[in-house]
Design a protein around this ligand. Sequence first.
Ligand SMILES: Cc1ncc(COP(=O)(O)O)c(C=O)c1O
Length: 490
Amino acid sequence: MKRYIDLIQQTFEFPTREFGVDAQNNLLFNNVPLMDVIRKYGTPLRISYLPKIGEHIEHSKILFKNAMKKYNYRGNYTYCYCTKSSHFKFILDTALKHNIHLETSSAFDIPLIETLYEEGKITKDTYVICNGHKMPQYLKNITNLINQGFVNCTPILDNLDEIDHYLENVTADHVNIGIRIATDEEPTFSFYTSRLGIRYKDVDDLYLKKIKPDERFKLKMLHFFINSGIKDTAYYWSELTRFMFKYCEMKRICPELDSIDIGGGMPIQTSVVYNFDYQAMVDEIIENIQWICHKNNVPVPNIFTEFGSYTVGESGAILYKIIDQKQQNDRELWYMIDGSFITQLPDSWGIGQKYIMLPINNWDAPYTKVNLGGLTCDSADYYNTESHSEDLYMPIIDEKNDQYIGFFHTGAYQESLGGYGGIQHCLIPAPKHVLIDRDENGNITTELFADEQTEESMLKILGYRSKRKPAEPLLESASKMQFHEDSKEK
Ligand SMILES: Cc1ncc(COP(=O)(O)O)c(C=O)c1O
């Protein structure tokens, strides 16, 4: 009978730069022996392989540098990290070692920026690109940042009134402003135009009536973000082209405009072998932008990106043990994991996101088709297809050996969407989290970032550990209400 390793080798060119198998038939992830990690920390276990973050940032910078050189592009490139992909301090500390800038999306992001500044991780020259539909506290926090002298804090206007707050409250004498332009959604989407940003036809008026008259404010950037990501599709190119024509049109009435932000959406690998040609894609973006600018006799803009998934996605993985197998009918075999997809990999359940899924051990065992089941009582808590296949295979479990599996490239969004540290479906605790790094000699180091969530933490959130305050009347004074009722009777 064929072994699991034979199956993988006939499906992919294996080993890859990232995945391999050692002499004991155990998986290596970036040359990290995962069975050793499991022996030390147990499962379920979230891991973050930190060196990957720097690799991706540097890779992106090289892609843009190569493309700009190829086309003799006369603008520059700025890499921003979109904090919402993973707000953890160890992620930002690692990313900021690579001379990057930041993009924010909520009020609470700003204290995070201030903390990084106090720790000397960023300076007042760091670009802080502030996106999102802003609530009063977010507007206030952005204004404070600008007033404290963060000269490159750039609010990206998401609606027509946002600017009013800055006009009234900013005391700095120079403020960079950006405008997010609402793109059309993909033809298959349920809406025609994105709710995010300002529609094309309102951009000129917003600039002429509200930004231009106040000489402290400079419109420096137009921003666009394609929800479905950077993809070589007719839709992506037509939206980019439309956006660039708008940039050229605006540049004629607003000479200080000199930058575009093309958002996030750089894809990450969802299969062991992935054929996205990053360099060709970036080349084409640069070529298109330049071509449109030349055609309109406009200097090319500086380019900003806000890659979130691309920065952190491939650094993350989650490891489980198979705790039971259940043959539910002749064809359906379930491997039960010691965690939950709904709570720990919510994108796999919510939007059908696929991840690289591989066994950690027993690669020399024969394989079988399985469904993976999570611990919650929800029948949707399962995973049974891969991005390259409708079927999912695992080594056949031998009674004497435990089986462990891993989901890879799970480093973006899963903790925040899963409500890290909160209550979870069926009170499944957040797993232990370990950081894996390399020291200056290349040796692997591990650090326990967080233990498994405790029952105490959940009971506290659920109100079992505090006394409820006495209920109070809804209106200011119950007696006043009584009086009102009495007077009605008379
Ligand atoms: C404005 C903006 N920029 C950047 C990103 C990051 O996208 P990604 O993680 O796909 O790179 C997002 C994600 O939603 C976003 O809304």
